[in-house]
Each structure stands twice: as structure tokens, then as C-alpha cells.
Design a protein around this ligand. Structure first.
Ligand code: C5P
Length: 298
């Protein structure tokens, strides 16, 4: 796959945290077919990782537990490669250098699973290469570059709690949110985001309820019970396994549970990391082929 491979000691890296939509309202549809959203997003300590090293030519190596899902595809189409190429063109337009790099993607997150794996990888690649190439890119240019790679890439640049509107690019940080003990579970079905949006019956839904003033674990779990993910119903109609996943999380002692993004990854929020770890073990025993991870939000 890659012709040059740097040793880990020579590599410098960046985390690509999983993105979790605690709630998501679809509030309209644009003329170009993209949907208007309002979504509360948090990021997990669990995620992919991107590493870079100097090289005489560009390369990308993918490893980690979910690498196989990407290996058969065209690597030039990978969001890591696309992020590298877009950033390089942007820098070269203003006469800056962006020499070849050996990239490594450690794919810990399931592919096409509603927790932003590809978007987080693209955002982490941008952050990492800006550092590695010692490049200066304005916030505005970075946002434009990120959005050109996907609607969720700008939010993944933040990797901290936020409310996103528009098609996902209009971002407002959410302060004082507790780190939420969480279990992520995916029943092993890849879900296509465009198909889920296509299966949505109405794009005109009410906005999310206002956030609570106190954003501790109990406060956020209480708020989530009043909120919703408008993509859950269409995703469930395409992949009924999502229902099994939600039921497994519900019966594992979660304070609240929901599906993230366009699915199929679902999550629960727990009172403590200890109860989250116990729940992950229970779900993993019951469903040994699923992706299950106990994690905490950042
Ligand atoms: O921007 P990204 O490539 O991640 O989006 C994938 C697909 O998801 C889009 O082509 C579109 O069909 C759908 N989408 C949407 N509204 C959004 C984000 C994505 O309809 N806000």
C-alpha cells in the first residue's frame, strides 16, 4: 500500500476524537439538497490517530482494528489524503512549501458509523500538517478548507463541546459542560449518510430545546430526554439493528441513550466511568462482534 514507511519514533501525531451528536434536529433543506441542522456535539477521548513523518514521497498507511474497511478502497479518495492535498494546494497558491509526507492513520473507529471518523481524520490531518509544515493559515481559510472536505469537518477542528447550525459549519462553543461517562456501541452495519437523509420524511422539524444552565452529568442526561435525533427514525428504517443496539444500551444501566449522527453508532451516558466500563463489558459479552467502547467526553 505505502512505499515508504517511517518508524514510530520519527512520527509526530494528532488525535482524531470520535464526534458524538448528543441530539440533532433537522430544521430545513437548502436548494442544493443539504439539510439545515441544529446539533449539540461532544467529542470522546476515544478516536482515531494520525501520524506524520518526513518522506521523499507522499504515502498513507492505514492500520488499527477498523483498517480493513478502508483498505479495499481507493486511498486517493481517503479524507486524510484529500485533506493533505487541499491544504498543500492552498499553501502553494501563496508560494509556501508543503513537502511530501508519510502519513499513518490508526483506524480505531468503525467506518460510516455516525461518529465522524472520516471527518475527524480530515480535521486532525489539517491540524497536524499545519504544525508539521510550520504553516500559517488564517482561521477563516482553515474553516473554508475544512468545509470543502465535508459538512462535519469544521466542527471536528474544534474537538470541544459545541452547538452547530447551518449544514454544520455555523459553530458556537458550549461552555461548562461536564465530561460525560459514555459507552459507544455499533452493531457492525455501515450506514450511508445520504441514504438516511433521503429516507427522512420531513426536513422541517422544530429546533432543539434550550440547553440547561447547569451542564453536569444529570443535567445533560435530563436535557437529552427532552431532545431527540431526527435522523434516528430514517436510520432505523434502513438498519433495524440500530434498535437492538439502543435496547442493549438501555438495559445496561445508562441514564439516557440515543443514536449519534446518521448512525448506526449509539451511545449511553452513565453516572460514572466505573458504571460505563461495567456496561461496556456487559454489552461486549452479549454482542461480541459489535464495536463497544467505554470512554469519556472531552
Ligand atoms: O458533507 P458530507 O460529505 O459529510 O455529507 C455527506 C452527505 O450527507 C451529503 O452529500 C448529503 O447528502 C448529506 N448531508 C445533508 N445535510 C447535511 C450534511 C450532510 O443532507 N447538513
Amino acid at each position: 500500500m505505502a512505499e515508504t514507511e517511517a518508524s514510530p519514533a520519527e512520527m509526530t501525531g494528532e488525535a482524531a476524537p470520535a464526534k458524538i451528536n448528543l441530539a440533532l434536529a433537522v430544521t430545513g433543506k437548502r436548494a442544493d439538497g443539504y439539510h439545515l441542522l441544529e446539533t449539540l456535539v461532544v467529542f470522546a477521548r476515544h478516536g482515531d490517530r494520525i501520524e506524520v513523518a518526513e518522506s521523499s514521497e507522499d504515502s498513507l498507511v492505514i492500520d488499527g482494528p477498523h483498517a480493513d474497511a478502508l483498505k479495499d478502497g481507493d486511498l486517493s479518495d481517503n479524507l486524510v489524503t484529500r485533506a493533505r492535498d487541499r491544504l498543500r494546494s492552498h499553501l502553494r497558491q501563496s508560494g509556501k512549501s508543503a513537502p511530501p509526507v508519510a502519513l499513518r492513520l490508526e483506524k480505531n473507529l468503525p467506518v460510516a458509523s455516525g461518529i465522524g471518523g472520516g471527518s475527524a481524520d480530515a480535521a486532525a490531518t489539517l491540524r497536524l500538517l499545519i504544525r508539521f509544515w510550520n504553516a500559517a493559515v488564517s482561521e477563516q481559510d482553515l474553516r473554508v478548507l475544512a468545509l470543502s472536505l465535508g459538512a462535519d469537518v469544521p466542527m471536528c477542528l474544534e474537538s470541544a463541546p459545541l452547538m452547530a447550525r447551518g449544514i454544520g459549519e455555523d459553530i458556537e462553543p458550549v461552555e461548562d459542560m461536564a465530561c460525560l461517562p459514555m459507552v459507544l456501541a455499533n452493531p457492525g452495519v455501515a450506514v450511508s449518510t445520504p441514504s438516511v437523509f433521503k429516507a427522512l420524511v420531513s426536513p422541517d422539524n422544530p429546533p432543539l430545546p434550550p440547553l440547561p444552565a447547569t451542564r453536569g452529568i444529570a443535567g445533560m442526561a435530563g436535557w437529552m430526554k427532552t431532545a431527540r435525533n431526527d435522523l434516528a427514525e430514517p436510520a432505523l428504517s434502513l438498519s433495524p439493528q440500530i434498535g437492538t443496539c439502543l435496547a442493549a444500551i438501555r438495559s445496561s444501566g445508562a441514564l439516557v441513550h440515543a443514536m449519534s449522527g446518521s448512525g448506526a453508532t449509539c451511545f449511553g451516558i452513565y453516572e460514572s466511568m466505573e458504571t460505563a466500563r461495567q456496561a461496556a463489558r456487559q454489552i461486549g459479552r452479549e454482542w461480541p462482534r459489535w464495536f463497544v467502547a467505554a470512554t469519556e467526553t472531552r
